[in-house]
Design a binder for this molecule. Structure first.
Ligand SMILES: Cc1cc2nc3c(=O)[nH]c(=O)nc-3n(C[C@H](O)[C@H](O)[C@H](O)COP(=O)(O)O)c2cc1C
Length: 195
């Protein structure tokens, strides 16, 4: 069983990354193989919205930018995983810029493939870390959930983290990782059963 986490802060050891690491620690304690991807240290191009917005991805074909950046390498790692974790810092009550660019591309190639979508039905944990004033984490989680829905993932836990509750949520993140690994081992419901 493999669980892959993506974190979208530039800092490799900041709050966002440490929350992702906490999830993976919990998952590893329950027997999972784990991997952490620092998204901002990869080259991901922005969606060009080619063909007036209805590019070939809409027909389930690959993005016209395939091979030009690291997007497909990361997509492959997610497709090979049993569980996916996405942790973003909260910027302006929203996901980070890199998170949006990556998730926009991911939604484009996953959603049109419907029941053949590579990520469909995989277990998911989302984290939004508001390390400044502590405001906007629920809004960012809500925005993340919209992507998760189009990606047909099964959200097991979604954690809005603020400066004020970070110790509580750090423990929750580790527990969520353990829970995810246990749920995968027990056998997740199929996407159809879950929805
Ligand atoms: C452009 C920008 C916007 C931010 N907006 C918010 C915000 O709306 N609410 C908040 O609590 N913190 C905000 N912050 C603080 C980040 O959420 C905080 O830096 C982040 O949680 C720390 O993550 P890191 O240590 O992983 O980099 C903002 C930071 C930046 C750089």
């Amino acid at each position: 069983m493999k669980i892959v986490a993506i974190q979208s802060s530039a800092g490799k050891e900041g709050l966002t990354s440490r929350l992702a690491q906490a999830v993976l620690r919990g998952a590893a304690a329950a027997g999972a193989e784990t991997e952490l991807i620092h998204l901002n240290h990869h080259h991901i191009k922005v969606c060009k919205a080619c063909a007036r917005g209805w590019g070939q991805c809409r027909k389930g074909q690959d993005c016209i930018q395939k091979g030009e950046d690291d997007f497909y390498a990361i997509h492959e790692r997610l497709a090979a995983a049993d569980g996916i974790v996405f942790a973003t810092p909260v910027y302006f009550w929203d996901l980070s810029e890199s998170a949006k660019v990556f998730l926009d591309r991911l939604r484009r190639i996953e959603w049109p493939r419907k029941e053949n979508a590579p990520l469909r039905g995989k277990a998911f944990i989302g984290i939004a870390a508001a390390g400044g004033s502590g405001t906007g984490a629920p809004m960012a989680i809500s925005n993340l959930e919209r992507y998760v829905s189009y990606l047909q993932l099964q959200p097991l836990a979604q954690l809005p983290v603020s400066r004020q509750n970070r110790d509580l949520q750090m423990a929750a993140a580790e527990q969520a990782g353990r829970f995810m690994a246990e749920q995968i081992q027990a056998g997740l419901p199929t996407w159809k059963e879950a929805w």
